[in-house]
Ligand binder design. Structure first.
Ligand SMILES: *Cc1c(COP(=O)(O)O)cnc(C)c1O
Length: 379
């Protein structure tokens, strides 16, 4: 049996055309028409003014923090339920992350926990430099509530939309709500350039500063002159060519991911122990990964058993991200749970499961997944 991955690259067939163009022009690196084109096309797709394409989503988060002036001693409020790449750049700048729990309606940052964190921060006379909000598995966080709180304290938002490119919140594209948004084109994301990322904003100066910082911060001089620390974070013209070919089929990929979700949903909708990640009203998730929780009071089957049974069939499935406040790396960090004594992300981690959700997964492969799970449930 061929391996079924959680979410594998899915090429459109048009990527080669853009790469060939770069070869024909001998514009292999660093910049060129594909970089410019990909930036314009991404801006258009997301209806945002400015986009800088970079070597990774992590690099985009790092530059956003840099542009907001995060430095040693500063705090940054971060969603706890995420991949570590959201938070690592805070450590690069020697900032201190403060972790905010999820709420049950979207699995994303709890406005209640965020509010309590702000009240405490204000009392202590030290507001965070930024709030880093994640849109988990494609589902937007409660942006209205979160932005209202951040506006009240005048603290900028960075939206980590690495998993939610193509998703919408009240008709607006995910990733365009904060001062900065970031996307990832890593191999497992909804579209991929093999590796890459983007930083977006409506602030033209900030994005042009990001391009400057991402190309070693060269001052305008014939000789090489530098006044501040730079990075080698720019996307190459070849990689951007892959991105252009992928962006053409993004909406198709969203439809395919949602179809995968719907097939799982239809197969398991009568299993009362299974609760799929909700899609908040007036939002559209790209359903990057189909995620669910399993209520241990209603079934003896655990997420780990399912993951192991699928692995025996050469199928990849995963638990939900382990929250950052539970990671050894962040031991001793400050954490605000959704309610006092009620941590939602702990429960999502304990009971959560991500099913293989590739946009290129065949119906037969998905039927295999469903039948392995059904066999376990009937035991
Ligand atoms: C993938 C991912 C990132 C990092 O993106 P890279 O391009 O791999 O650096 C950041 N945040 C989240 C939530 C992710 O899933």
């Amino acid at each position: 049996m061929e391996r079924v991955f959680l979410s594998s690259p899915h090429m459109s067939g048009n990527e080669q055309k853009y790469i060939q163009e770069a070869f024909d022009l001998n514009w292999i690196a660093p910049l060129g028409n594909n970089v410019d084109g990909f930036e314009k096309e991404l801006s258009n797709y997301n209806s945002i003014s400015h986009t800088a394409v970079l070597s990774s989503g992590t690099a985009a988060i790092h530059l956003a923090l840099k542009l907001l002036g995060v430095e040693q001693g500063d705090t940054v409020f971060c969603s706890t339920l995420t991949f570590v790449a959201t938070v690592n750049p805070v450590l690069y700048e020697k900032g201190t992350p403060v972790f905010i729990d999820s709420e049950p309606d979207t699995w994303n940052m709890s406005p209640d926990a965020l509010k309590r964190a702000f009240v405490d921060a204000e009392q202590a006379g030290k507001l965070p430099k930024a709030v880093l909000v994640v849109n988990l598995y494609g589902q937007s966080a409660k942006m209205d509530e979160i932005l209202a709180i951040c506006d009240e304290y005048n603290v900028p938002v960075i939206e980590d939309a690495a998993e939610s490119l193509g998703s919408e919140y009240k008709g607006q594209k995910s990733g365009t709500f904060g001062k900065f948004g970031i996307y990832s084109f890593n191999g497992n994301k909804i579209i991929t350039t093999s590796g890459g990322g983007a930083l977006v904003s409506n602030d033209e100066q900030a994005i042009s500063k990001a391009r400057f910082l991402s190309t070693q911060a060269r001052d305008p001089a014939l000789h090489y002159q530098h006044s501040e620390v730079g990075f080698n974070y720019r996307m190459s013209n070849i990689v951007a060519g892959i991105g252009r070919g992928q962006l053409e089929v993004l909406d198709e990929r969203v439809a395919q991911k949602r179809a995968v979700f719907n097939r799982y949903y239809d197969a398991f909708k009568d299993i009362t122990a299974f609760n799929f990640q909700p899609e908040l009203e007036e939002t559209k998730s790209n359903r990057w990964l189909t995620a669910l929780t399993i209520d241990s009071k209603l079934t003896n089957v655990t997420p780990i058993e399912i993951i192991e049974a699928l692995a025996e069939g050469n199928i990849e499935a995963r638990p939900v991200w382990k929250p950052m406040h539970l990671q050894p790396l962040f031991e001793g960090s400050t954490y605000y749970s959704h309610e006092e004594g009620n941590s939602i992300s702990d429960q999502l981690f304990e009971n959560g499961l991500c099913l293989p959700s590739g946009s290129n997964m065949s119906v037969e492969d998905q039927d295999r997944v469903i039948s392995i799970i059904n066999t376990l449930l009937k035991k």
